[in-house]
Write a protein that binds this ligand. Structure first.
Ligand code: FES
Ligand SMILES: [Fe+2]
Length: 371
């Protein structure tokens, strides 16, 4: 049977991609001299903010005997380990003091580093760049700079509002991502009396095109049951509304909706925490409802509801996945999920060979499904 009619068996491989920026914590959770624990790609981190307000990220294990630095103290500049009092610069991780050394002991303290990671704050989140893991047993040195900038939420006017949402998912990053791009669950998971009924399912056709490291659902008038669309229709002429949805490796979903001078955009990420746990973070920005009381609250309510529905669904799904069932991806509804796995494989292959990445989409493609 040709591939298009036989469902393809495919198991998410749960591989986590190193060498990218990841959202680690919402900005509001990093304040004062508190040392905040976090995990990205099974890497333990301690996150804090210096006296000037700049965030930092260190490996959460002291290079002396492995005590988590998050149990230590922070004075706004240096982190002190709670076990033997070694002190480290919060940004570079360079050791500044070993209290047990006597005046005649010549150990080069400045050659010792706690691991540190590039760390920046944008659009309500602290981001950390996670490089390829160092060879086992290699000590830390000064962190290398990240080769590219932090992904940003698209903004189209000077004044706008911004809000974020976060939800933990008890599944691998792959299930989180394909759950996010899956168009067929809408009628079954996202129904609400004020939104849509399961019976509103109808045939859809969408064009996709390749973009660097990902694919784009080409600019189109959004389907009548998409969330921001219904709100935007209150504002602008429905025919003037266009939306673009991009997926970009390793975990980025960008949605942009524009209608004349009004716009709505979001950057959603699914972040691998451990092999079987991920987190979804949505940051949305918009210039609608800026003068309407409760407009923003309404938008946040709709988004919170959707994210909660996805979260509850994935909690249920994780019960089934515990038993490692065989899985399948079907055309056309699961084609974006197939592209995701192909992109990931192509990225890893290009890294292995040092060559150009072979994009799985040769050109524009039209997909059809009912949702
Ligand atoms: S374990 Fe950190 S100073 Fe000894
Ligand atoms: Fe969903």
């Amino acid at each position: 049977m040709p591939e298009s009619v036989s469902p393809q068996r495919q198991t998410p491989d749960s591989l986590m991609l190193y060498g990218f920026w990841y959202r680690v914590l919402p900005s509001g959770q990093v304040s004062g001299n508190r040392l905040q624990k976090a995990v990205l790609l099974e890497t333990p981190l301690v996150i804090g903010r210096d006296r000037q307000g700049l965030p930092f990220a260190l490996h959460d294990a002291c290079p002396h005997r492995g005590m988590p630095l998050s149990f230590g103290w922070f004075d706004g500049q240096q982190v002190e380990c709670c076990y033997h009092g070694w002190r480290f610069d919060a940004h570079t991780g360079q050791c500044q003091l070993i209290p047990s050394l006597t005046a005649d002991q010549k150990l080069r303290v400045d050659r010792i580093y706690a691991g540190s990671y590039p760390c920046e704050e944008h659009d309500d989140y602290v981001w950390v760049y996670i490089p390829e893991p160092a060879p086992v047993g290699a000590g830390f040195t000064k962190a290398a700079d990240s080769p590219f900038p932090v992904p940003r939420v698209p903004i189209f006017s000077e004044k706008y509002k911004m809000a974020h949402l976060t939800a933990d998912l008890p599944c691998s990053v792959d299930h989180g991502i394909i759950g996010l791009m899956d168009p067929a669950h809408g009628p079954f998971v996202h129904h609400a009396w004020w939104w849509r009924k399961r019976e509103s399912i109808h045939e859809k056709q969408k064009s996709f095109e390749p973009i660097p490291n990902g694919f784009r659902m080409s600019a189109h008038t959004p389907s009548s049951n998409s969330a921001p669309y219904k709100l935007l229709r209150l504002y602008a002429n429905a025919d003037s509304i266009t939306t673009t949805i991009d997926f970009v490796l390793p975990n980025l979903r960008l949605e942009t909706i524009r209608a004349g001078k009004y716009w709505f955009s979001s950057l959603t990420t699914v972040t691998p925490v451990t092999r079987d746990h991920c987190r979804i973070d949505v940051v949305a920005a918009w210039n609608l409802f800026r003068w309407v009381p409760f407009g923003s609250e309404l938008l946040k309510f709709v988004f919170a509801k959707f994210v909660r529905q996805d979260q509850q669904t994935m909690e249920k799904q994780s019960e089934g996945l515990k038993h490692h069932p065989h899985l399948m991806l079907i055309d056309d509804a699961d084609r974006p999920a197939k592209w995701y796995f192909q992109l990931k494989a192509a990225h890893l292959e290009a890294k292995r060979t040092g060559g150009e990445m072979k994009h799985p989409l040769p050109g524009p493609v039209t997909l059809k499904w009912r949702s």
